[in-house]
Design a binder for this molecule. Sequence first.
Ligand code: NCD
Length: 337
Amino acid sequence: MSSSDGGTGRTAGTPDPDPAAPRFGAHAQAPFQGHHILSVKQFDRADLDYVFRVAHDMRTMVDLVGSIDLLHGKVLANLFYEPSTRTSSSFQAAMVRLGGSVVAISEVRYSSVAKGETLEDTVRTLEAYTDVLVLRHHEVGAAARAAVVARKPVINAGDGAGEHPTQALLDLFTIREELGRLDGVTVALVGDLKHGRTVHSLARLARHFGITLRLVSPVDLRMPDDVLADLVEAGVEHSEHRDLAEVIGGVDVLYMTRVQKERFADPAAYEAVKGSYVITPDTMRHLPARAVLMHPFPRVDEIHTACDADPRSAYFRQIAFGMYVRMALLAMVLGRA
Ligand code: NCD
């Protein structure tokens, strides 16, 4: 697939046997090599199983020896136009643990962006120095725009209220590692389903595992229609709720999200919905004993810190799993997995 494909497939430097298909094609020798990762829509079931297997191997490897030289000599550009703690530092740590190095631009106001440089020119500059680009940006579709001009793989680390594919992959990996299975689980997605890009990506992956979704939000923060349409089209069992109490007793995963203050044009509208759902030790009494509580973080007030010691609270383990998944993805797009 050439760079004129709208940015959803292979990078310009590598030929693709099926120019019409943005998917990876799990049966190829190195299916991810040279590909952009822009949306979860690129992944089929075989791709996902492959990512999770490699991520699990990375977990074992880190536990045993800490790091390996798989990506020795490779350089990652970490380009963040929006704040980040976990995504940026886990990509950075992932690259370092694989023996590579990182050029990090997380303060774009100190870069030429502040002089009015376009995203395209910044991307073409950084790819001249590096082998793979991780991009977070405030506009929906920014990673796809970058991919149109980039000859190196671009990994979407969050495009506005659009998608966050690597977070969804690490969320599924977390469920798999925590529960020992993904097929047929019931997941409640709770909070700001309108602006939360992590839940957009996660919901779109439910189809591959027969996951049932309980979508819990205030009316004004409902899951967007295009995501709901994808669920209907894929036959994903789902239901919408205002009240968490209606579903909490029947879930395997309770996935909390913060209300995304920065995406509200009207501060009064944020004030009206903030704090809609707060998990306390009392709420945890209603969560099944074998279920897990997850959150992509940062948390604001959605999970009381008194819940942290509960063994079902998986969010700090989820953070660690993110590094293994990003190690897997970097190794894959650079053809070393
Ligand atoms: C999320 C994001 O940036 O979308 N954070 C993350 O990457 N772990 C969630 C959020 O900001 O609420």
